[in-house]
Design a protein around this ligand. Structure first.
Ligand code: ATP
Ligand code: MG
Length: 343
């Protein structure tokens, strides 16, 4: 296996929902890659398709009404959409784990925290119960839960939000996944606890865990991400290395997001500085989906009529905007494929 190859490669992923009002394209031709041991952040306003992207990777999109129409999701070169359900079960939890925004909804309230971790360990590692119990207590201690042996016996409602999120993270890590998908892991928590969970995620980064981090919060992205994909209206609007994106944002939407960047430590979970609303996915505007809100594209005929493709405007920096400098002559490459030509 080529170590330079990304761990996960998502290519041209399209996921739809068949609704009573029509076909809803929740994720439309999205491509990105999560390199080994790195953190890739997906950002964008509510409803742009971040969670559906994560669920599509794990094949957890409810079907019906959902359907993965096309695309590839390659984990170390294996295409997950080609796997049967049994193979997929061994990917979920064992190779890719996911933690969710609100830990209470994903912990079972009638089981102790410990028994839920033991169950996860037994299922994936096949440890005998005494050994699994010991491993579970070790996991709780590892994610910074004090008195782990005591907490092991408690029920989710007996824990604070921050402790519950740690229990979720310890469950997600208990099977030694290669990739952790963290969907808004700190949004439901207050600021000090947010900082503690981010510290924990940073420790995991240092242990070379690959992370797909989904967040509204650009301050979190700035602190955590190696590379960033900015989604707008089900598509990738811009994608680049984190330092490059912050230094040289190309898409007017990304500019708008940066103007709304809250100061670190303040609680602001919604992006507010961009005028207008996220478009309804059942009635997307023609042309560039951002044009009605775009200070540049609003009045330009091309932006109103023709949707821009994603192009590599600088090496490793993609954007989908007719008006960004260099766009017209830029090649239409796919993010995640660049390692192929180098290796
Ligand atoms: N089960 C479903 N049935 C129909 N539409 C759905 C379903 N799940 C998601 N959608 C739609 O898919 C689109 C993308 O939703 P998604 O949850 O991925 O957004 P998101 O970027 O994660 O937003 P948020 O930041 O609020 O979590 C939305 O328009 C949403 O309404
Ligand atoms: Mg979401």
């Amino acid at each position: 296996m080529n170590d330079a190859a990304p761990l996960l490669k998502v290519r041209e992923l399209t996921t739809v929902f068949h609704t009573a009002e029509g076909l809803l394209r929740a994720v439309d031709g999205v491509s990105f890659a999560v390199p080994r041991g790195k953190t890739f952040a997906l950002v964008g306003e509510s409803g742009c398709g971040k969670t559906v992207t994560a669920f599509s990777i794990l094949r957890l999109v409810p079907s019906p009404p959902g359907e993965i129409l096309s695309g590839r999701v390659e984990l170390e070169g294996q295409n997950l959409p080609d796997m049967n359900e049994e193979q997929m079960r061994s990917v979920r939890g064992a190779r890719i784990s996911m933690i969710f925004q609100e830990p209470m909804t994903s912990l079972n309230p009638v089981l102790t925290c410990g028994s839920q971790i033991v169950e996860a360990i037994r299922l994936h590692r096949g440890s005998p119960s005494g050994r699994a119990r010991q491993q579970a207590i070790e996991m709780l201690a590892k994610v910074g839960i004090p008195d782990a042996a005591q907490r092991f016996r408690e029920y989710p409602h007996q824990l604070s939000g921050g402790m519950r999120q740690r229990v979720m993270i310890s469950m997600a890590l208990s099977c030694g996944p290669q990739l952790l998908i963290a969907d808004e892991p700190t949004t439901a928590l207050d600021v000090t606890i947010q900082a503690q969970i981010l510290d924990l995620l940073r420790q995991l980064q240092q242990q070379a865990l690959s992370i797909l981090l989904i967040t509204h919060d650009l301050a979190v992205v700035a602190e955590m991400a190696d590379a960033v994909g900015v989604m707008y209206a089900s598509k990738m609007a811009e994608l680049a290395g984190a330092a490059e994106l912050f230094a040289r944002p190309l898409h007017p939407y990304t500019h708008g997001l940066f103007r709304s960047l809250p100061r670190l430590g303040t609680k602001k979970t919604r992006l507010e500085a961009i005028g207008g609303n996220v478009p309804n996915p059942l009635a997307f505007p023609t042309g560039c989906k951002f044009h009605p809100r775009c200070p540049i594209g609003r009045n330009l005929p091309r932006c109103r009529s023709e949707e821009p493709p994603l192009r590599e405007v600088h090496g490793g920096h993609w954007a989908a905007c007719w008006e960004c400098p260099g766009f017209i002559d830029a090649p239409q490459t796919t993010p995640g494929d660049e390692g192929r030509s180098q290796s």
